[in-house]
Ligand binder design. Structure first.
Ligand code: GLV
Ligand code: MN
Ligand code: MN
Length: 412
């Protein structure tokens, strides 16, 4: 099989998709079910159909584009990622796995490969948590990690429910139809940019992911007492933002003192009420994102934050309420797929290393219903979730080549 990736077309497609954005180039912002996201989906479906794939979409908007194999009833081999993008993002996060997955399929079509198992490109809805506060909506529902009832309770910051938003986007079927039946996939492989610096630093073109770190996120509401910024003297104050500041530092400290660099914790949102220059903050909302490769250590970090939260609340006479949005287990990749990826690298004379994914991905949830693994390519300076995110055409091409070879090996 003389596989060849059409790198130029793929890069042109990545640029074309990046232009479908809510923000001015080079910034990509594509929040799930926004006008830009809907346009991007339609564009992508067109590309898949042009490649001869049979496209279907489920009730949450996951897109499945299938190349039917000679044993059509056998479990499929899946690949894919997401095309939604956080505010102020770049062009490659998720997109490399989607358009790269499509190009991997096209490259196999070009050489006349005939799969036994169907090969399916899967584009997940809302990998990013921006709109509904929780990431991987599509894969959580596909894998049963989230129930349709729990999804039914989600709403965005404007109060629009997921139900209403998805129906307006044209997805009408009941959410209970989304869960995949047992054995739907024989294997699932996700190609992604690394989103960290290791491959670039080590000058290795490919990373084979053996496990995905355990993410959790929480929301805190801190309630103090508001009042006039001139008239209320300092001894009388119960300033919610001052308490929140202590909590943020306690969160940082919990991660820094966990005993391992693998614990990371971030407060990315801080909403202050009433948000006026001359008014003492009476209420603050914070979000916490905490992750670790080790579940026990991640949970110990969460407990340490809980203790600090009580101390701060008592000391500052404020209330601090917490809500756990998600606390997920890590995922182990399937040795069979890890080996298939290594073999594909060897076959093409490409160096690879095994690594852990510190970012979460839909593969974290797909691992609950299918054997999974991931393939990483380098991204410049390890930058991701920012507009200057960049992966070179050559690195993308190598990733797609190895992905195509692996899909062929798995699909038989
Ligand atoms: C995914 O975007 C993550 O935050 O890891
Ligand atoms: Mn992302
Ligand atoms: Mn991603």
């Amino acid at each position: 099989m003389n596989l060849a990736v059409d790198q130029n077309r793929l890069v042109a497609e990545i640029e074309e998709l990046a232009a479908i954005s809510e923000a001015e180039p080079p910034v990509v912002t594509r929040i799930v079910f926004s006008a830009a996201d809907l346009l991007a989906r339609a564009w992508l479906v067109g590309r898949c159909e042009k490649a001869g794939l049979a496209v279907r979409q489920d009730a949450i908007g996951n897109i499945f584009a299938r190349w039917t194999g000679s044993e059509a009833a056998a479990p499929a081999v899946g690949t894919g990622s997401h095309i939604d993008a956080i505010p102020n993002a770049g062009k490659y996060d998720g997109v490399v796995g989607v358009l790269g997955g499509l190009e991997a399929i096209r490259s196999l079509e070009r050489v006349g490969f005939c799969p036994k198992h169907s090969i399916e490109l899967l584009v997940f809805t809302s990998e990013e948590p921006t709109r509904f506060g929780i990431g991987c909506l599509g894969s959580r529902l596909l894998s049963g990690a989230m129930t349709p009832e729990a999804a039914g309770k989600l709403s965005d910051k404007d109060g629009a429910s997921l139900e209403e938003v998805r129906r307006n986007a044209g997805y009408q079927a009941p959410l209970r139809d989304v869960k995949l039946r047992d054995g739907y996939y024989k294997a699932f492989v996700e190609l992604h940019i690394e989103q960290g610096p290791l491959l670039e630093e080590q000058k290795v073109p490919l990373g084979i992911v053996t496990s995905i770190a355990a993410p959790a996120s929480l929301r805190f509401t801190i309630g103090g007492a508001g009042g006039h910024a001139g008239a209320v003297l300092m001894p009388e104050r119960r300033d919610a933002l001052c308490a929140a500041s202590e909590l943020i530092l306690a969160i940082e400290n919990a991660a820094k003192t966990s005993g391992a660099v693998d614990t990371v914790a971030t407060v990315g949102i801080c909403d202050v009420f009433p948000g006026a220059v001359n008014s003492i903050p009476s209420r603050v909302h914070l979000t916490l994102d905490i992750r670790d490769t080790d579940l026990g250590r991640r949970d110990a970090g969460m407990r340490a934050i809980g203790t600090a939260q009580k101390t701060i609340a008592a000391k500052r006479q404020v209330s601090i309420e917490e809500e756990i949005v998600n606390a997920d287990a890590p995922a182990q990749c399937a040795p069979l797929i890890v080996e298939a990826l290594s073999e594909a690298c060897r076959k093409h004379g490409l160096a690879s290393i095994e690594m852990v994914s510190r970012a979460y991905h839909d593969s974290l949830f797909m691992s609950r219903v299918a054997p999974v693994a991931m393939l990483f390519i380098p991204c410049r300076n390890g930058y991701s979730h920012r507009p200057d995110e960049y992966a070179s055409p050559e690195d993308i091409g190598r990733g797609v080549l190895v992905l195509a070879e692996t899909l062929a090996a798995l699909a038989g």
